[in-house]
Design a protein around this ligand. Sequence first.
Ligand SMILES: O=C(O)CCC(=O)C(=O)O
Length: 271
Amino acid sequence: MSSETVSLTSAQRLHFDIYGYVLLENVLTDDEIERIKNALYRIKDDDNLDGTRVYLNWRGDHHAHMGNLVEYDPALLEYAAHPKLVPLVEEVVGGAVRLEETEAIINKRSADADLDELNKRRYNPTGFHRGTQHGWGTYMEQNKFHCIFVKTLAYLTDVGPDDGGTCVIPGSHRLTWNQSEMIDAALSDDSLVHQVEASAGSVLLFGESLIHSTTAIRSDKERVILIAGYTPPMVREWPGNEVNPEFIETLPEEIRPLISGSDSWHWRRRY
Ligand SMILES: O=C(O)CCC(=O)C(=O)O
């Protein structure tokens, strides 16, 4: 990892604290994007993943969801340990992190989609959810918001208004409202929902207490995203995202604790 200090600008930190997310533009190079996409398409077309720890689930024939990716290709490992991203994650978690999961989605419009129906709404979130809650998965320290479960979501294709940008309920990361009441309220008024649109190479940094969703695609474009989740090191990986200890042994020493969580309870809040 580079010794150069990488941190959020005060405007990015304020955006994160107010809304629960911030879009980081132009993070990945064209070469990184191509290498990551090649690896993800190979997984999507791989009919023998048995010898790997990768999982691939199809949600209809238009939506491939895959996970536990770091052992499959160096480009995917490099994203999970990205020196421009991990320090920003640590800033909002509040200290050192471990990789909790990696997942990716390659999706397009469903062949059965009713475009007239999709065009009736400004956005069509397919399933709002969150991975932790304000109150036990978050804390305030020195007036800054922190979340113990944070994701970086990289857009690997350009995502315009009709291309399935991630939908979020801005500000929901700091609310203790009942989740379904909050979702119902936001779905009744589109102005409470924001759809993230981004160019390929941009990364959405968000706390998992933020309610968010995949969005149905209206255009003819296929979307590709790669996500890495992080927690403090004493927290477990998401089930199914256990990385082979033998693979971890082969990694450079400086990224081993990030991938394995070996730092465990030796955690000190740093931010
Ligand atoms: O598909 C997206 O844009 C959002 C993915 C998502 O909901 C998640 O990472 O939990």
